[in-house]
Design a protein around this ligand. Structure first.
Ligand SMILES: N[C@@H](CCC(=O)N[C@@H](CS)C(=O)NCC(=O)O)C(=O)O
Length: 233
């Protein structure tokens, strides 16, 4: 794509989905403007015209609007071929897309979706069941896919689209364990039963493109408050 392209990212730095677009833009080194959307108040009419769902992120690319974090990230990786993903019209590019898509799908359906239940659970029993299911999915399904990760997906030297799409969740796992938000048993299970993931998650969590907009204290405080209110209700 051309150097005259104008990109505006509608975002909020607290949001793990919007964080995906920031990781992609940082890795691609594309200049962009940022418009912060306040998620604590109703969306403005102007923003609802950009994204009628009222969610972040959205991307304005010249006169076009693209919404949904996975679609925004894939668009950026396709529009600006790079180390994140080779061009799609090559066998290598098509295969990488298949491998990345399978990893990201496995990460979310077998692992992260169970971990997500921890924060939203109303009882300790449900929360612990979520962590147990997450560990089972991690060990059986995610860990084998990171076998050659040295340190990034598929043995890459730099972040790939796989880390663009999962990195914001990886950094939260490390933060939430450190802050005692997730139980220590999760950290122990990761280090003893999923060594490939253990290495990968810590590499990803310290990468500058992943840390750049991440405000750990804000996210941890917000998540602690959410967890407490879910348990109280
Ligand atoms: N599937 C969407 C999810 C985006 C999403 O849930 N964003 C949240 C913030 S993390 C949001 O905008 N929420 C609006 C609200 O809470 O009113 C995506 O991947 O872009």
């Amino acid at each position: 794509m051309g150097s005259n392209d104008k990109l505006v990212l509608y975002t909020n730095h607290r949001c793990p989905w919007a964080h995906r677009a920031h990781i992609a833009l940082s890795e691609l080194g594309i200049p962009f403007e940022e418009e912060i959307i306040d998620l604590d108040t109703p969306r403005t009419e102007a923003y609802l015209k950009v994204n009628p769902r009222g969610l972040v992120p959205s991307l304005r690319f010249n006169d076009e609007i693209i919404t949904e974090s996975g679609i925004v990230s894939q668009f950026l990786a396709d529009a600006y071929p790079s180390h994140l993903l080779p061009p799609s019209n090559t066998v290598d590019g098509a295969l990488r897309r298949a491998r990345v898509a399978f990893f990201v799908d496995t990460f979310f359906t077998k692992f992260q979706s169970h971990l997500g239940k921890f924060v939203f659970a109303k009882t300790d029993a449900d929360a612990n069941a979520g962590v147990e299911a997450a560990v089972a999915g991690l060990v059986k399904e995610v860990e084998p896919l990171l076998k050659d990760a040295k340190p990034f997906f598929g043995g890459a030297e730099k972040l790939t689209l796989a880390e663009v799409l999962t990195g914001s969740f990886a950094i939260r796992i490390v933060s939430f364990l450190k802050a005692g938000l997730y139980p220590a048993s999760l950290g122990e299970a990761i280090s003893t039963k999923a060594p490939n993931f253990d290495k990968w998650v810590h590499e990803v969590a310290k990468h500058p493109s992943v840390t750049s907009i991440y405000q750990e204290d804000v996210v941890v405080k917000f998540t602690k408050a959410r967890l407490a209110s879910n348990r109280a209700s």
